[in-house]
Structures are given as structure tokens and as C-alpha cells.
Ligand binder design. Structure first.
Ligand code: VGL
Ligand code: ZN
Length: 212
């Protein structure tokens, strides 16, 4: 089953405890990731990761617009949530979580480098104007099925999964490896429903192990 890859979304310090955009229980995803990495490696499958990687004055930052973080505005013609400054290139906050087994990761894909537009998905910016190298890499390795988990459920995981499905990948989502921002309390639950409705299969880690 070499044509399957594990895709770890944004397991970065800024989304974990003490980070600039900390997600509740974000750290709890790291054990799940390390377990999935072990299983993937045991089967000879690829492990890839995305990393939110913003320049210091990224247009999604509230600080650039004299706005309050977590309020809504518009960026490059698209609705935009203003975020606290986060995941600034080369900063400690942008680094992958120190407990993540990152040496087992075969390739890391940066996103959000263009200051003029946000990029939740690991495949495209939010306007689907530019593509990261992820799809090309996966195709080059003849990967057709993805197992996805990470941060945050209601943003980067959701849009990564929806784009992956649209690009034709089979997608499994490991729900206990995901945590959400939940600006509204049901956002993560809603995001899982949208992913499932679009064709993703949702598993807990235990359920996933049963299928292996
Ligand atoms: C993310 C908000 C802003 C994410 C990234 O990784 O889900 N969310 N930038
Ligand atoms: Zn970001």
C-alpha cells in the first residue's frame, strides 16, 4: 500500500499551549501523530507535513489592519478572519512541535507566504490562485490516498481535506488527531460534517487501527 501518505497539518508551536494562536488541547494531537507516523513507517508509507509560514506583516494579521484579532474583514476580495500574528517564518512559534517525531517526515510544505492572501489549505491559497508543491509531490510518488490530521480542524484541516477530495484523493481523517479554533462552539463538529459530506471518511485512532 505504498500509494498512501500520512498528511500532518500545521502541528506547530503557535497552535499549541502557550502559542500565539493556541487551540484548546492542541498538544494532545502530537501523540496521535507520532503513533500514526510509526504505523505509516512500518508499512513503508510516506509522511508529509504542512507548515503555516507567514512573513512578519502578513495580511491576515489583525495588527496590519488596526483590527481586533478574531474579528472579520476582507483580504484580496475574500472574507477574512483577522488573526493574531502567528507562524512567522523562522520563528519558534512557526516550528513544528518539539515532541513531534519530525525526523520521520519525508517532506514539509510551506503555505501562507504571500502576504496578500491567506492559505488555509496545504494545496492552494484561499482564492485557489496558487498551488503549493504538495499535489505535485504526491502525484510524483503515485499517492492516491491520504490520511489527514492536525490543526486546526475548522480551518487548515478542513480546507486541506476539501481540496484533497476535489483533486481526486481518497481521504481518511483521524478525528482525535485534530483540534479546532471554534470561534463558534460548533465549528469543529460542523467542519467534520462538511468533510464527511464531501467524501472523506472519519475515523478515531482506534477505529483506524482496526482497519489496518
Ligand atoms: C490556521 C488560522 C490561521 C490553521 C492557520 O492552521 O488552521 N488557522 N492560520
Ligand atoms: Zn496562518
Amino acid at each position: 500500500m505504498k500509494q498512501r501518505a500520512l498528511l500532518l497539518v500545521d502541528l506547530q508551536n503557535d497552535f499549541c499551549a502557550g502559542g500565539a494562536l493556541a487551540v484548546a488541547e492542541g498538544d494532545s494531537t502530537i501523540d496521535v501523530a507520532n503513533t500514526l507516523i510509526d504505523w505509516s513507517k512500518a508499512r513503508g508509507e510516506a509522511v508529509v507535513a504542512s507548515q503555516d509560514w507567514h512573513p512578519a506583516h502578513h495580511g491576515s494579521f489583525a495588527s496590519q489592519h488596526d483590527a481586533e484579532p478574531f474579528t472579520q474583514g476582507e483580504l484580496d476580495g475574500l472574507p477574512q478572519t483577522w488573526w493574531p500574528d502567528h507562524c512567522i517564518q523562522e520563528s519558534e512559534g512557526a516550528a513544528l512541535h518539539p515532541l513531534l517525531n519530525s525526523k520521520a517526515i519525508d517532506a514539509v510544505f510551506h503555505k501562507g507566504e504571500n502576504p496578500a492572501i491567506d492559505s488555509y489549505s496545504a494545496f492552494f491559497d484561499n482564492g485557489h490562485r496558487q498551488k503549493t508543491a504538495l499535489d505535485t509531490w504526491l502525484r510524483h510518488h503515485e499517492i492516491i490516498e491520504l490520511t489527514v490530521m492536525g490543526l486546526a480542524t475548522d480551518y487548515c484541516v478542513k480546507y486541506t481535506v476539501l481540496d484533497a477530495l476535489q483533486l481526486g484523493y481518497s481521504v481518511n481523517v483521524i478525528t482525535d488527531g485534530c483540534r479546532g479554533v471554534n470561534l463558534s462552539p460548533q465549528d469543529s463538529a460542523q467542519a467534520f460534517m462538511e468533510m464527511a459530506a464531501a467524501g472523506a471518511t472519519l475515523y478515531t485512532l482506534d477505529d483506524w487501527r482496526e482497519t489496518q
